[in-house]
Design a protein around this ligand. Structure first.
Ligand code: SF4
Length: 471
């Protein structure tokens, strides 16, 4: 008898705004940068399913640059028993149509939608398309194993399958990178200076997990936080280094800190892995000491991404960010001093912020650049994703401009704001342009020590200009 087969699929999506920057992104964006992100938890799902005897197709047609027709033809020829699609708010309507196409051609195949949008609104998708199952929560690997096991043994699973996070992550095997075509992603991501690069996630997802705008708190609420053991994380790193990977980005919402981080860094150093690979991660301000930064630099960390979001204490309080702008210069100074490359993100368009508030944030961010305290930045527009406290707040206060989900792609405001859409656009563009000061450019040139630095700066500059086009 043929093995029960599962296709983990990212169908090509249509937009004149670029390619879909979809998986693992806390915020969805169409992009002209050609960046792609390796979807870590879906890759873990593929690995777990294969280890339990299922046939798995890794079907990321976005990363593989297939047309819709090419992808669809290949899917039909494979006839998988289960077709799984990760979705986000701005593309949910496109995914409903794709599910309709699939069910017409492959009526026997079961279809599944997963992601933060369907976790928040599972019944909406069940109503709007013939999808068979919805996964609620972010443990796609364990949820899919449960679903595939039930279907392959002729059981009758419920239509909505929810995460039960009372398990240890270490039961999940080390990711099979060959199965999940890791090389398709290894050179197309500006988080990597050294190539090939790869992604891991040591935690699910963020030990803070309380920012009111964060879409991944829908997938992993604060009280469901778990992390892999250091032993497991080191095994994942060693496996990637054996494949030839030169830079690893840990995309947990925030990297585990405290004893976990100290132990991880010491093991990296003791095993000499810091001589073979560089590391990057997401981090929160006020979580690390100066000694932590020193140790991380010694262990080979390079890029650290911080969500700064706003320079206004009122906003930071409202979004539950729990950071103090007055302290961050000091902290960025510690990171820079030991050679780390901090990147910050800021957002504008908060419904309670006026022009002066937004300009304060942008001015603050620009000054960090002038002082060479950050190496790069990202400016975006706040989007209230369904399932987040911010979405509920906007709904309750009649602040939503639209509930046409396709508009939730950051290309326009969807929250009422005292700042006009044109002005918001201009502010974001100005922030991007404002960092290209002669002093900043000089600092970048001074920081070139080798060919990788030069290549990264050239690549980064191109992506920077492409990014401007996204706005
Ligand atoms: S710190 Fe980052 S990952 Fe964690 S809840 Fe806030 S926005 Fe989400």
């Amino acid at each position: 008898m043929a093995k029960f087969s599962v296709s983990i699929s990212y169908p090509p999506l249509n937009s004149d705004k670029g390619i879909a920057f979809l998986s693992q992104n806390r915020q969805f964006q169409w992009t002209h940068t050609d960046n792609v992100i390796y979807p870590v938890i879906p890759a873990s799902a593929a690995t777990l399913l294969k280890s339990k005897g299922f046939k798995v197709y890794w079907d990321d047609a976005i990363a593989q640059r297939l047309s819709y027709q090419q992808w669809f033809k290949r899917l039909v020829s494979r006839r998988p028993n289960l077709i799984v699609i990760e979705t986000k708010t701005p593309v949910i309507q496109q995914h409903w149509q794709i599910i309709k196409d699939i069910k017409k051609k492959l009526p026997q195949s079961h279809t599944v939608l997963m992601g933060d949008h369907v976790t928040a609104l599972p019944h909406e998708s069940l109503k709007n398309c013939p999808v068979n199952y919805i996964l609620k929560g972010g443990d796609y690997d364990l949820l899919l194993l449960s679903l595939a096991t039930q279907l392959s043994t002729n059981q009758n699973p419920p239509k909505i399958i929810a995460s039960t996070p009372d398990h240890h992550l270490d039961q999940i095997p080390i990711i099979d990178h060959q199965l999940t075509c890791w090389q398709d992603y290894a050179n197309r991501n500006s988080n990597f200076k050294y190539h090939p690069g790869a992604y891991i996630m040591s935690g699910r997802d963020c030990w803070w997990g309380k920012c009111t705008f964060c879409s991944w708190t829908t997938l992993f609420p604060h009280d469901s936080y778990r992390r892999f053991s250091v032993k497991h994380a080191i095994a994942e790193v060693e496996n990637l280094i054996n494949l030839g990977v030169k830079e690893i980005f840990d995309d947990s919402g925030t990297l585990p800190v405290g004893d976990w981080l100290t132990d991880f860094c010491h093991q990296i150093i003791d095993k000499g892995l810091n001589k073979k690979c560089h590391f990057g991660c997401n981090m929160r301000f006020d979580a690390l000491t100066q000694e932590n930064y020193q140790l991380m630099a010694k262990a080979g960390f390079r890029l650290i991404l911080f969500g700064f979001e706003s320079a206004n204490p009122k906003t930071l309080k409202k979004i539950n960010k729990n950071i103090d702008p007055a302290k961050i210069r000091n902290e960025l100074g510690w990171a820079k001093k030991v050679g780390l490359e901090p990147h910050i993100t800021v957002m504008i368009g908060y419904p309670w912020e006026n022009l002066a508030d937004a300009q304060k944030t942008l001015h603050f961010a620009r000054n960090l650049f002038k002082q060479n305290l950050v190496s790069s930045l990202q400016a975006t527009r706040i989007i209230p994703y369904p399932g987040t406290p911010l979405f509920s707040y906007c709904q309750k206060n009649n602040l939503l401009l639209t509930q046409n989900w396709a508009d939730y792609d950051m290309s326009r405001p969807v929250i009422k704001s005292p700042i006009s859409p044109q002005k918001q656009q201009q502010l974001i563009k100005n922030l991007f342009k404002g960092v290209l000061t002669p002093k900043f450019l000089l600092n970048q040139i001074i920081s070139i020590h080798n060919f990788s630095d030069l290549k990264h700066l050239a690549g980064y500059s191109i992506k920077f200009l492409q990014k401007l086009k996204d706005f």
